[in-house]
Ligand binder design. Structure first.
Ligand code: AOS
Ligand code: ZN
Ligand code: ZN
Ligand code: ZN
Length: 388
C-alpha cells in the first residue's frame, strides 16, 4: 500500500486553480439569480479566490476572463493578487460576446472579423506578459447551426492560420491550451468539437500548444479517462477544466455528478505522472454556481478534487500490476474499487492540520463570518457577473 505521508506530500503540491467567473452572478438563459456580496470588479473576484485559498491551502491561483476582468492596469491587478496571497493564472480570451462574432471568431468567413479576434488573443498575451501567466486558455464558440451554412474545411483552414499567428506570439514560457466542446452555442457542427481536432491543431502548431479537457464537454458515455491517458502519453495534456455534468455543459461542482468518474480520471493522471509539478498538467475549475453560495461551493469543489486525487494516490499499483499481468480481471478491478471506497477524509483533515489549516474548511468558512462581511461591504455596486 502507498505510504500515508508520501500521499500527503503529493497532495500538498497539487494546485487547483479557481475561475474568476465562478465568483460572479451566473445563470441559465432563463434567469440569473443575483446573490448578495458578489464581487463588483476583478479585484474583488481575486479577493474571493484568495479566500478559497486561505481555507483550502491548495488553490493559489485564479484564472481570468478578458474582457470580463478587464482593468486599466494589469500590473496593479497582479500586485493586488500577490498581496492577497494568490497569483493570476490562465488568461481566457473572450471571442463570443460581440455582435461581430455571429458567424464565428477565428473561423469567421470575414477576414476583418478574424483579424479582430486574433488581435484580442494577442492583447491577452500582452496581459500574460504583465501578470506572469503561463497559459492562454482558448475556447471558441465557433461553429455552424445548419448544414451548408459554411464550408467545414475552409473554416479549419482559417482556424489553422489564425491559431498560427497567436501561437507564434507566445513567449518561451507561455503555452496555448486549446479546449474542445462538441456542441453549444453551435448545434450542428462545432469547429473544435473533440480532443482529436484539438490534438491535430496542437501537433501542427508545436509543443507549446496543448489540449485542454473540460470534463463537461463530452457526449454522454464518453470515456474521459481514456482521452486523459492518451493525451498524457503523447505529452499533450495541458490541463483540465473541472466541473460535473448530468446532461450537457452543466458546469456544476466537480465530483457532484460522478465521483467515480473523477477518481478514474485522477487515477490516469497518477499512473501517467501527471501530478508531478513539472508535468505541466493544469488543474483548473470551470464552474458556475447559479443557486448556491459561491465561495463555499468553490471550497467544496477544491476538496472534491483533492478527495479524488487522494483516492487515486491510494491505488495499490503493485497489486494492480500483479493482477493485470496475471490476467486476473476481478482482482485488478478490485484494487481500483478498494481505493475508491476508501474514506480519505481523515487523511485530508490531517493534511490540513499539518498545513496549519482548519481540518474542516467549509465549517471554518461559515464560522469566519466572511459571508456576512462581504454582504455588508459590497452593497450598492453593480456585481461583475458572468457576461458582465
Ligand atoms: C465554454 O463552454 C468553455 O467551458 C469555456 O472554458 C468558457 O470560456 C468558460 O466556461 C467561461 O464561460
Ligand atoms: Zn471550460
Ligand atoms: Zn464549458
Ligand atoms: Zn462547462
Amino acid at each position: 500500500m502507498p505510504d500515508r505521508s508520501a500521499v500527503k506530500g503529493v497532495l500538498r503540491t497539487q494546485h487547483i486553480e479557481t475561475p474568476s467567473w465562478a465568483f460572479g452572478n451566473s445563470g441559465t438563459r432563463f434567469k440569473v439569480f443575483a446573490q448578495e456580496g458578489i464581487p463588483r470588479d476583478a479585484f474583488e473576484k481575486i479577493d474571493d479566490a484568495a479566500t478559497v485559498h486561505r481555507f483550502t491551502g491548495v488553490a493559489p491561483s485564479v484564472a481570468v476572463h478578458i474582457p470580463w476582468d478587464a482593468v486599466s492596469d494589469y500590473a496593479e491587478l497582479a500586485q493586488h493578487a500577490k498581496n492577497a496571497g494568490v497569483t493570476i493564472g490562465a488568461v481566457n480570451p473572450n471571442v463570443f460576446q460581440d455582435d461581430d462574432y455571429r458567424l464565428g471568431s477565428l473561423c469567421n468567413p470575414d477576414p476583418a472579423v478574424r483579424r479582430k479576434a486574433v488581435g484580442h488573443f494577442l492583447e491577452c498575451i500582452d496581459i500574460m506578459d504583465v501578470t506572469g501567466s503561463r497559459d492562454l486558455s482558448v475556447w471558441l464558440a465557433d461553429g455552424l447551426n445548419y448544414p451548408g451554412q459554411d464550408s467545414i474545411s475552409a473554416r479549419q483552414e482559417r482556424l489553422e492560420e489564425s491559431l498560427r499567428v497567436v501561437y507564434d506570439r507566445l513567449g518561451e514560457q507561455q503555452r496555448m491550451l486549446l479546449e474542445y466542446k462538441f456542441f453549444e452555442p453551435a448545434f450542428y457542427a462545432t469547429d473544435v468539437p473533440d480532443w482529436g481536432t484539438s490534438y491535430a491543431h496542437c501537433l501542427e502548431l508545436g509543443p507549446k500548444a496543448q489540449v485542454l479537457v473540460d470534463t463537461g464537454h463530452h457526449a454522454p458515455g464518453t470515456n474521459i479517462e481514456f482521452i486523459v491517458a492518451l493525451l498524457r502519453r503523447k505529452g499533450r495534456l495541458g490541463g483540465f477544466h473541472f466541473n460535473s455534468r448530468f446532461y450537457a455543459d452543466d458546469d456544476l461542482m466537480v465530483g457532484a455528478a460522478d465521483p467515480y468518474q473523477l477518481f478514474r480520471i485522477m487515477s490516469e493522471i497518477v499512473f501517467g505522472g501527471g501530478l508531478d509539478p513539472n508535468s505541466g498538467v493544469a488543474f483548473m475549475l470551470d464552474q458556475c454556481h447559479n443557486i448556491e453560495p459561491k465561495i463555499p461551493a468553490l471550497i467544496r469543489s477544491v476538496m472534491n478534487v483533492q478527495e479524488a486525487t487522494a483516492k487515486a494516490l491510494l491505488v495499490d499499483t503493485d497489486a494492480l500490476r500483479t493482477a493485470q499481468q496475471a490476467g486476473d480481471v476481478l482482482d485488478a478491478n478490485a484494487v481500483l474499487v478498494d481505493a475508491f471506497a476508501t474514506d480519505v477524509r481523515p487523511l485530508l483533515a490531517e493534511l490540513r492540520e499539518d498545513m496549519g489549516l482548519d481540518p474542516d474548511p467549509i465549517a471554518a468558512y461559515h464560522r469566519s463570518g466572511h459571508a456576512a462581511k462581504i454582504r455588508a461591504e459590497r452593497v450598492g455596486g453593480a456585481a461583475a457577473g458572468w457576461g458582465a
